[in-house]
Ligand binder design. Structure first.
Ligand SMILES: Cc1cc2nc3c(=O)[nH]c(=O)nc-3n(C[C@H](O)[C@H](O)[C@H](O)COP(=O)(O)OP(=O)(O)OC[C@H]3O[C@@H](n4cnc5c(N)ncnc54)[C@H](O)[C@@H]3O)c2cc1C
Length: 430
């Protein structure tokens, strides 16, 4: 990875070079802004989050990465099949949105190997003019009310104080600004007591072409589910998600639990995994669901997982990361042009709408699975496709009949509870 700049004053310092950080850096650098990304991991590095939506594909094309993504590099995804316990509770959601006339527009998107995908985004950001330092952001400079830079410790142990007009937190579940008390008190988002256990496998039964690259979600019972996300011609990402308490009570290690549960969770899953071989470490992540109340303010802004994450079931994370980076780029331009006077109103509004819609979809799925099945499979297929596409930011999304119906169903049940120890964050078990 290309080396560091020794410059110490920037328009923006971005903590984290995941999809959110690199996308924002690309946009700001292209606009001629002085931008620095600090990333603590050595790229290429493994990351979970391998299935993209149609919206995500559109954003990547807007970034000029359509050619890179296409051409057989990554599996093509036409949609997702959600398998219930019985064949009749199965539903299919294509990668499809409405065009400007309201007619269905079918397209495809991709499944990605994050190791390569994230490295490509970072390389592109650097090639387009972003500066980069391989190091860990340790603390903010200035105050939590108005950060004006970041102290970074590089790989040799040397400390750098980078001053910036705006500090952007794209540190994912590292939650850099949250842990520095900049974003307000952390809340759980309702799904925090889950654990995901996952690995790459060969020998999993996929659908024949052209559907080989599609996602499968397999429902066990409330809060028990599994994902199947093809990675290339032979390797598939396979994960199970269950309440943490169920895993702990089993007394089993990750690998044994994973193998046992794969054969018990869902009949269709048992059929598909009968001959698998695990070809990667079995990894786990727990307590990944949380949110912070303040995603932007004087001298700071948070994008992607750094400001909150809910539930990975419908693969919305990278879409949100890219789209928030995209919106944030123009907002940061306005902020810089205003000499720090602009209050990020548009960003706050859009992010609030999108994250509420995502919460609504997920709450409805878990609290009213039969109603969700009816919407997705019979009465409001087109609306559900639009939502799975990742169209969370358009005002018209609020007018979708399915959104209105879900709001009536879920009502006031969607409420976040404060987490007592706000220094707590998600935990990874390697
Ligand atoms: C079990 C599970 C399954 C998922 N499946 C999907 C899926 O199929 N599709 C999907 O779209 N999303 C999925 N997600 C969500 C997805 O992984 C995230 O939403 C996405 O990676 C967020 O991108 P980001 O850029 O915000 O953060 P990240 O991708 O996490 O990037 C953050 C970067 O910041 C760096 N960093 C952290 N702290 C510091 C620091 N102090 N200094 C310097 N660098 C730092 C990290 O090393 C990392 O590289 C899943 C999530 C989970 C938990």
């Amino acid at each position: 990875m290309q080396a560091v700049s020794t410059d110490k004053q920037y328009d923006a310092v971005i903590v984290g070079a995941g999809p959110a950080g690199s996308t924002l850096a690309m946009r700001l650098a292209k606009a001629g802004r002085r931008v620095l990304i600090a990333e603590q991991a050595s790229f290429p590095r493994y990351h979970i989050g391998e299935s993209l939506t149609g919206q995500c594909a559109e954003t990547l094309e807007e970034l000029g990465l359509g050619d890179y993504m296409g051409g057989g590099r990554y599996p093509v995804k036409h949609g997702v099949t959600v398998h219930g316990q019985k064949e009749r509770s199965k539903f299919w959601v294509p990668v499809q949105r409405r065009d400007d006339n309201g007619d269905p527009l079918v397209r495809t998107t991709w499944q990605v190997r994050r190791k390569e995908f994230d490295a490509k985004l970072l390389e592109t950001a650097i090639a387009r003019g972003a500066h980069f330092i391989h190091g860990t952001a340790k603390k903010i400079l200035g105050s939590p009310e108005k950060p004006d830079g970041v102290k970074v410790i590089d790989q040799t142990g040397a400390a750098h104080n980078f001053r910036a007009h705006i500090v952007v937190d794209a540190s994912g579940q590292g939650a850099f600004l949250g842990r520095q008390q900049v974003l307000g008190p952390i809340s759980d988002a309702g799904y925090e007591k889950q654990i995901a256990i996952f690995a790459h496998v060969t020998g999993l039964l996929l659908d024949p072409e052209p559907n080989h690259g599609n996602t499968h979600i397999l429902y066990g019972k409330s809060f028990h589910w599994s994902w199947v996300i093809p990675q290339d011609d032979s390797v598939t990402s396979l994960g199970i998600v269950i309440p943490n308490a169920v895993y702990k009570a089993s007394g089993l290690g990750k690998r044994d639990f994973f193998l046992k549960y794969l054969s018990e969770l869902n009949p269709e899953l048992s059929r598909r995994v009968a001959d698998i071989e695990i070809v990667s470490p079995v990894r786990a992540i727990s307590n990944y669901s949380y949110r912070y109340p303040q995603s932007a303010g004087p001298g700071f802004l948070a994008i992607g997982d750094a400001q909150g994450f809910l539930d990975p079931i419908f693969s919305f994370g990278v879409t949100i990361a890219l789209k928030e980076a995209h919106i944030a780029a123009s907002e940061i331009e306005t902020y810089l042009d205003s000499g720090g006077e602009y209050g990020f109103e548009n960003y706050l509004l859009k992010v609030k709408q999108a994250r509420e819609i995502v919460q609504l979809i997920i709450d409805t799925f878990w609290q009213y699975p039969l109603a969700f099945l009816r919407l997705a499979h019979y009465s409001h297929k087109q609306d559900i496709a639009e939502l799975f596409y990742g169209r969370f930011y358009e005002e018209s999304t609020l007018e979708l009949e399915a959104v209105k119906l879900m709001r009536e169903l879920v009502g006031k049940k969607t409420t976040a509870k404060p987490i007592k120890n706000s220094a707590r964050g998600p935990s990874f078990k390697k």
